[in-house]
Design a protein around this ligand. Structure first.
Ligand code: PLP
Length: 386
């Protein structure tokens, strides 16, 4: 009786979802599966942020807000950009969105035409190429490799610039690689963007989760060319509140607002007031971030050492909460390897297929040390059986 649109049919269901559904099925059947698949903090939203959300509900702040967010929050984000990133975005050059995802979505629609190319270091986050494809543009991978810690080579990036290249999309610290691009690499990319007239879209969702490396916002080097996307999800353990934001050239922000005005109207009012507390009660938020960062740091060291000891080569990532592990010892095909790890070791991981990371799987260490210990025990048994 109906046909789905060509766009709907062209969208690839993510393999992250495939493994997660299978893991849920097993769990539902009473099997004790440990999931290292999801990209979400295992910590609860900090109490001062929750309290602000509750207070907003009780005060009746439960109506539409301005398309680009409540003014207090845009003011707080403007100050955050200044204080933490050295970026100067006035409150009207800031917009609040329904998660970082919608900021990216709005940005791609604001900037890309069909046939445009966007350079994206690979392995990349699964949603990038799909979102870009919805605009009719195409993501062009700039390969990075585990042997180099997934570091970006600006020369390789430059060689891929064509007359159709419109933008560079960076994600540092990166999902799924955990790579953090150093200031000198970012400076080079900023120069290239200026020279070739490209826009830089930088997804800084994991900015606080670095374990010794220096995290710098590329917008400092090319302010006129950079749109900085960030959000509350990973930094403040607020994935369900759906608050993202972006700062950049006013014309871009204003076009993003137009897309938002015709789609979601505004980010959740309650979520916005909760996020406001995260910025305003800065010291408390910093304490939370530092507590989480230390925990992730310890887990990263433990998991990476354990995987390498088991003979599963895993580079030490400098940020975020993911590791990429070479699973060719289990099976040359990463989808098959992920299936074996799920069915035989009862551990859910994400195959690298959709990240453009053949032979590798992604493990998230946003889970307790006890769970990670158990994961290593199960993997050891799996490897012993094979
Ligand atoms: N960017 C990256 C690299 C991510 O990993 C995620 C979430 O997984 C997001 C953006 C989107 O975050 P949210 O929409 O929850 O703010």
């Amino acid at each position: 009786p109906f046909t789905l649109s060509a766009r709907a049919r062209s969208l690839k269901p993510s393999s992250t979802v495939a493994v997660t559904s299978r893991a849920l099925e097993l769990r539902h059947a009473g099997v004790d599966v440990i999931s290292l698949g999801v990209g979400e903090p295992d910590f609860d939203t900090p109490p001062h942020i929750k309290a602000a959300g509750i207070a907003a509900i009780e005060a009746g702040r439960t109506k539409y807000t301005g398309v680009n967010g409540i003014p207090e929050l845009r003011e707080a984000i403007s100050q955050k950009f200044e204080r933490e990133n050295g970026l100067h975005h006035a409150p009207d050059a800031v917009t609040v969105t329904s998660g970082g995802k919608q900021a990216l979505f709005n940005a791609f629609f604001a900037l890309l035409n069909p046939g445009d190319e966007v350079l994206v270091p690979s392995p990349y986050w699964v949603s990038y190429p799909e979102m870009i494809a919805l605009t009719g543009a195409v993501a062009v991978p700039v390969p990075t490799v585990p042997e180099e810690g997934f570091q970006l080579d600006p020369e390789r990036l430059e060689r891929l610039i064509t007359p159709r290249t419109r933008a560079v999309l960076l994600n540092s610290p990166g999902n799924p690689t955990g790579a953090v691009f150093p200031p000198e690499v970012l400076q080079r990319v900023a120069e290239l963007a200026q020279r070739h007239g490209l826009m830089i879209i930088t997804d800084e969702m994991y900015e606080h989760l670095v374990y010794g490396a220096e995290q710098v916002s590329i917008g400092r080097y090319a302010p006129e060319h950079t749109l900085t996307v960030n959000g509350a999800s990973k930094a403040y353990a607020m994935t369900g509140w759906r608050i993202g934001y972006a700062g950049g050239p006013k014309a871009v922000i204003s076009a993003m607002n137009s897309f938002q005005s015709q789609s979601t109207s505004n980010a959740s009012s309650v979520g916005q007031y909760a996020a406001l507390a995260a910025f305003q009660q800065h010291q408390e938020t910093l304490r939370f971030i530092e507590m989480a960062r230390r925990a992730y740091h310890e887990r990263r060291d433990f998991l990476v050492a354990g995987l390498n000891r088991l003979g599963l080569p895993t580079p030490l990532p400098e940020g975020a909460f993911y590791v990429m592990t070479d699973t060719t010892r289990i099976h040359p095909d990463e989808l098959e390897a992920a299936r074996i790890i799920l069915d035989d070791a009862l551990v859910a991981v994400v195959p690298g297929t959709d990240f453009a990371a053949p032979g590798q799987v992604r493990l998230s260490y946003a889970t307790s040390m006890d769970q990670l210990q158990e994961v290593l025990r199960r993997l050891e048994q799996l490897l012993a059986r094979r």
